[in-house]
Design a protein around this ligand. Structure first.
Ligand code: ATP
Ligand code: MG
Length: 563
């Protein structure tokens, strides 16, 4: 491609609304343009890179015997009602009506459509196993679209689905995907790790996420440097540091005045006790009924764990609902003399004495609370987020918690969707069984954005060879000089003939300007031809990753590139 004819709208300045490097650089290098929050156009320079990522994904999916298909984005809502996910996805599901007033939605994922196909065609165990995949646009009305293409409301996903007759078959399909994912992300030059994950809304029996460490990631993961334990905080276990209760004999409750102290911080300051000795009382509504949650004052509730314990969706109770139930504000709630409702306590507070809770009366707390004596939780469970510095659940090391970006996710779904939708087969004994499913996703834009997050400097992108939009940028200096024009044109034609992806900067612009663009675009190899290099019968050769600049024979430069 000739730069003079190319549509690569580069920008000198960082766009005001882009906060993270990949977002800034994708806009500055003319890869994408935002149309609305979380909705992006892929411009030619960006699309070339996306196509390379998709090609790698296709090759590795084909390699495990997966077959590519293409499913509709526009779906009748009834299909989603069959599995309950029309409601389950909530506001994340884009809904619309067709001209006849029929309910429709834009597919956020495709398990339901796969089940619909399977129930139409799969009859017997002889028709299985199958693995089907697609590269398709997904729509999700994400609550907080941000960080550029990392969290779009429309994005391309490679999603695949395995259909098996038994658990062993599912294990095999899952393992094949795990291998394919390792190869895909390795080929994309990403430094990734795999963590145990929550199955969330999808349901199922096991799942793992492929992660790239990044301070800008929205996921939090716990890693053990000792045994390699790695888990998303949504499910991570840890050996929590026990709460030290004072040795003050029997724990007797006493109501104390705590005017205007509502938060853990305010109460712990006012009463001069460590936050861990406070019991935080939260009220949620699940299946239209209130549930009380108790966790230590210095802990955070991990919603995904709670979701797993409840097995049903939930939401925080509104302030009015709390007033009506307890007759006080949310800042003064506690389990002692509380209205009747199920109590789930985090295991870390169990057995505690001399603890402090709200008194269910505005501006009062109670001290000297003993868990199990002054109130009895209905259930103890792990509800808290693991923290850096806590013990690994599998060895004696301590955990480190870090931010990461999820690039891929593999799920053992089991029969949740096939049972709900009647996707069955006849087994070898002629008995009807639900198909056992797996589902597997990769975000294409997340691959690209992660590659940029991990490979850039102050001047711009530093592409890995596998994803770069062009391999070589050929820069002519002083293009008006006949000799420069002749030599660069000849070399451009030659490089194309040799099968390289070349961007030929034939623009009549200042050298400094062209070099800046070349560094910003991050193409791995720069070949510069100027009157000076021609006089020496050499070229200037720069490798973007090391920044090394050499004046060498063209053939030498090409040898390095071929290597
Ligand atoms: P997240 O927790 O980040 O919302 P998810 O669990 O909803 O992700 P999946 O439904 O498992 O994601 O989707 C599979 C893959 O699709 C993810 O691993 C990710 O790479 C990509 N993906 C998911 N949501 C988005 C999004 N909003 N924008 C871009 N890519 C996405
Ligand atoms: Mg999501």
């Amino acid at each position: 491609m000739r730069f003079s004819k190319a549509f690569i709208p580069t920008l000198k300045e960082n766009p005001a609304d882009a906060e993270i490097p990949s977002h800034q650089l994708m806009i500055r290098s003319g890869m994408i343009r935002q149309l609305a929050a979380g909705i992006y156009s892929e411009l030619p320079f960006g699309w070339r890179s996306a196509k390379k990522a998709m090609q790698i994904v296709r090759e590795e999916m084909d390699r495990i015997g997966a077959q590519e298909l293409f499913l509709p984005s526009l779906n009748p809502i009834e299909v989603w009602e069959e599995t309950g996910r029309a409601a389950g996805f909530g506001d994340e599901l884009f809904r619309l009506e067709d001209r006849k007033g029929r309910g429709m939605c834009l597919a956020p994922t495709h398990e339901e459509i796969i089940c619909d196909i399977a129930r139409g065609f799969i009859k017997s165990y002889r028709d299985l196993p199958q693995i089907w995949y697609q590269l398709q646009t997904k729509m999700r009305d994400e609550p907080r679209p941000r960080s550029g293409v990392l969290r779009g409301r429309q994005f391309i996903m490679k999603d695949s689905y395995s259909l098996d007759i038994d658990q062993a078959g599912l294990d095999k399909s899952y393992e094949l995907h795990s291998q394919a994912y390792h190869r895909i992300f390795e080929r994309c030059g990403l430094e990734f790790f795999v963590v145990g994950a929550s199955s969330g809304l999808m349901g199922g029996t096991g799942s793992q996420e492929f992660m790239v460490a990044s301070e800008h990631g929205e996921d939090r993961v716990a890693l053990c440097p000792g045994c390699g334990y790695a888990a998303n905080l949504e499910v991570a276990a840890s050996r929590a540091i026990p709460i030290a209760d004072p040795d003050e004999g029997d724990s007797e409750i006493e109501k104390v005045s705590t005017p205007d102290t509502r938060t853990i911080e305010e109460v712990s300051k006012f009463l001069k006790v460590k936050p861990e000795r406070l019991i935080k009382t939260l009220v949620i509504i699940s299946e239209e009924k209130p549930v009380m949650l108790l966790i230590a004052g210095d802990d955070d509730l991990e919603e995904a764990k709670l979701q797993g314990v409840l097995g049903a969706p939930f939401r925080p109770a509104h302030p009015e609902e709390i007033e009506e139930l307890f007759g006080c504000e949310a800042g003064f709630l506690g389990p002692v003399n509380a209205p009747q409702m199920p109590i789930i306590a985090d295991s870390r507070i169990m057995g505690g004495k001399h603890r402090i809770t709200g008194a269910n009366e505005n501006h009062f707390h109670i001290t000297g609370v003993e868990v199990g004596r002054h109130f009895k939780p209905d259930q103890a469970a792990n509800l808290r987020a693991a923290r850096s510095g806590e013990g690994c659940p599998n060895c004696q090391e301590t955990l480190r918690v870090t931010n990461a970006i999820e690039i891929g996710h593999i799920f053992k779904l089991g029969t949740k969707y096939s049972s709900a939708m009647g996707a069955k087969f006849l087994d070898a004994n002629g008995k009807e069984q639900p198909i056992i499913m797996g589902s597997y996703g990769i975000g294409i834009a997340r691959i690209i954005a992660c590659a940029i997050e991990s490979n850039h400097d102050k001047d711009g992108i530093i592409w890995p060879l596998s994803l770069t939009p062009y391999e070589i940028v050929l820069i002519g200096i002083n293009m008006k000089e006949a000799e420069v024009s002749i030599q660069t044109e000849a070399l451009y034609a030659d490089l194309l003939n040799q099968g390289f992806d070349v961007l030929f900067d034939d623009r009549d612009l200042r050298p400094g300007f062209k070099f800046k663009d070349a560094d910003l675009l991050g193409i791995p190899y720069q070949i510069v031809i100027s009157p000076k290099t021609i006089a020496e019968d050499k070229v200037e050769f720069k490798q973007r990753n090391s920044g090394a600049r050499q004046v060498i024979k063209l053939e030498e430069a090409l040898q390095i590139i071929r290597g």
